[in-house]
Design a binder for this molecule. Sequence first.
Ligand code: ADP
Length: 354
Amino acid sequence: MILVLNAGSSSLKVEVFSQDLTSVLTGAVSRIGAEGTIRLGDMSKEATTANHAEALALMIDALAAAGMTIDTLTAAAHRVVHGGTILTQPARVTPQVIASIKSVITLAPLHNPNNLAAMVALQEMAPDLPQYVSFGTAFHATNPDVATRYAIPQTQHDAGIRRYGFHGLSYAHLVESFGADLPQRLLAFHLGNGASLCAILNGNSIATSMGYSPLSGLMMGTRSGDIDGAAVLRMSAAIGEDETDRMLNRNSGFQALAGENDMRTLLARSDDAARFAVEHFCYWAARHAGSAIVAMGGLDAVAFTGGIGENAAPIRDRIMAQLACFGEVPVHIIAADEERQIARDAIQLIEAGL
Ligand code: ADP
């Protein structure tokens, strides 16, 4: 059994997979740092936890109560959002890998520390349990320099200001789902609360819409998507850096244009603001798609994943209608499953004897 752990900003999600990648059990501790809940399989109860280490301890107890003690596990496998330029492959967790994850914390200050906390806490709890890690940025390591470089001075580039791209585990899973039928030039949309797209040429990411952070590219549930740096500077001077950060990441996108961030409710509304927000989303998704298609030199197929991509047919149809100028191509819908990709990565490393 492989225990997959995904430590978010205030949650800890787990999923247990058997060696043949069958999902056996899912669970989560939510609202870490406040009065929250723990859920595992059919069990659900209130749980107040102070931090990710406490949440993990609670989850390990719940797993044991469900018959899945630590000694029944083959390995644990974690998701780390950002691997920077050094962590571009799944890896076994070693002191050196932990040091490397720490060295890129400045790139994902809100996410990497929680991912690390779960890893270190589990190591203390179960020192003999092998741990593995997959990185959310790694799939885009194949992007050429011309795609990742911002045209800014070398010192800033060397300090880490470049494009990285995100949703990599979702795109890696999507590629795996195609198996031998993978189209050569595949445009993939991951459309959830966060939204991005990726140009996948022969299975490799060669361009993606998110950049230095997940803020750029498509407009999203609460993020603005691309915005001119000079506009950010002016807003920052007017309302301060923290407020600008909050505004662009949490109070923009659908939230700003239509007062709410949920696509399902937006599609059920018929007012002008909701209509405009949906039009804006599809228009910009298609415009960014055009850029990705040019990077691939054409288009053989499109794939949609994520809550919106999988479920919102009107959004898919509208984006595809705007891409009609590139010709008729097959459209695939693939269920997002980052956890399965993390388990798959760990199993591959175990089978390679690592
Ligand atoms: P996250 O990025 O947080 O993982 P999801 O991938 O679950 O988010 O996507 C959430 C989005 O998917 C929400 O905007 C939600 O309204 C939308 N969504 C889910 N189901 C539907 C549906 N049936 N129709 C339209 N939108 C949907």
